[in-house]
Design a protein around this ligand. Structure first.
Ligand SMILES: Nc1ncnc2c1ncn2[C@@H]1O[C@H](COP(=O)(O)OP(=O)(O)OP(=O)(O)O)[C@@H](O)[C@H]1O
Ligand SMILES: [Mg+2]
Length: 284
């Protein structure tokens, strides 16, 4: 574990968040993470939701979740022991359990309670992962947030560099988004001055309906280039995959949902590379 040399490559840390429930946060965390790993990135998904849907969707049984996000928030120093391999090479998981429901109580008296995940991630940055092909640090850390702004989301927002916002293509989408941007402004002021919205991805899109087109137009008029070109279609394989404990890319690679998540992963990786290297951005 060295910290002396130039920090050549730190993982990008993104929180997948939207206070609205059921918009595709967990589905996006799992399948974006899988697509990134398939492209060769080394990825960690942190399950910050007591529902544990990301853990279940990645096929991690309850009795395998020996050291969970809850334990890490209690003691960030043991974080390396919590990381579990998944069926996807290069994709690891920090699993969650229902214990997470007790975090607010357990940490009520701790002055650093908002920064426990951040402390854990500082340690994870130095962990080397064997992807089967090579040994390297994580390229991406993806935090799957619960659908509310409680201490769990606050920990995610304090630890992340940016927020990826899945938005379901539906009538009230924009209303929820303005609440979300207000909250992100507050998080920035209170916890994390560099926090930004990385991008917005439309989920469960039915391209045949005018509603989906209208929502896309409205979101893009407010958020401009932050709206990804890749859109995630409503796709039966995407919704079936979690019950098989698999990301949709493993369940049905040819499905339109799988292909869409690969497009999203490519777009995000390309944008990140462009941001690191302005010359590459101009060339592309
Ligand atoms: N592209 C899609 N096509 C079809 N079904 C989808 C798609 N994306 C998500 N779903 C389904 O919609 C439901 C909600 O998705 P998901 O659990 O990812 O949302 P969430 O935002 O994480 O929910 P919560 O707020 O409860 O954490 C799930 O049943 C999921 O399988
Ligand atoms: Mg979820």
């Amino acid at each position: 574990m060295s910290g002396n040399e130039v920090n050549a490559k730190s993982p990008r840390i993104l929180a997948v968040a939207n206070q609205k429930g059921g918009v595709g946060k967990t589905t996006t965390a799992i399948n974006l993470g899988t697509a990134m790993a398939a492209i060769g990135e080394c990825v960690l998904i942190i399950d910050m939701d007591p529902q544990g849907n990301a853990s279940t969707g990645l096929g991690i049984a309850h009795d395998e979740r020996k050291i969970s996000t809850f334990d890490i928030l209690m003691d960030p120093n043991i974080v390396s022991q919590s990381l579990l391999a998944t069926a996807v090479p290069g994709l690891l998981l920090m699993p969650s359990t229902l214990d997470l429901l007790g975090v607010e109580n357990e940490l009520a008296g701790s002055p650093d309670r908002a920064f426990r995940l951040k402390q854990a991630i500082e340690i994870i940055k130095n962990v080397q992962i064997n992807t089967g092909k090579e040994t390297k640090p994580f390229d991406y850390i993806i935090i799957d947030c619960p659908p509310s702004f409680n201490l769990l989301t606050i920990n995610a927002m304090a630890a992340a560099q940016s927020v990826l916002v899945p938005v379901q293509a539906e009538f009230f989408a924009l209303e929820g988004l303005s609440q979300l941007t207000n909250s992100i402004t507050e998080f920035r002021e209170m916890l994390n001055p560099n926090l930004e919205i990385m991008g917005i991805v439309l989920t469960m899109v039915d391209s045949r309906t005018n509603l989906s087109k209208d929502v896309a137009k409205q979101v893009s008029s407010v958020f401009g280039k932050k709206l990804y070109n890749a859109v995630i279609p409503r796709n039966i394989s995407v919704s079936e995959a979690p019950s098989h404990g698999k990301p949709v890319l493993l369940y049905d690679l040819k499905a339109s949902g799988s292909q869409a998540y690969i497009q999203l992963a490519k777009e995000i990786i390309q944008n990140e590379k462009g941001a690191d290297d302005p010359a590459a951005m101009q060339a592309s």
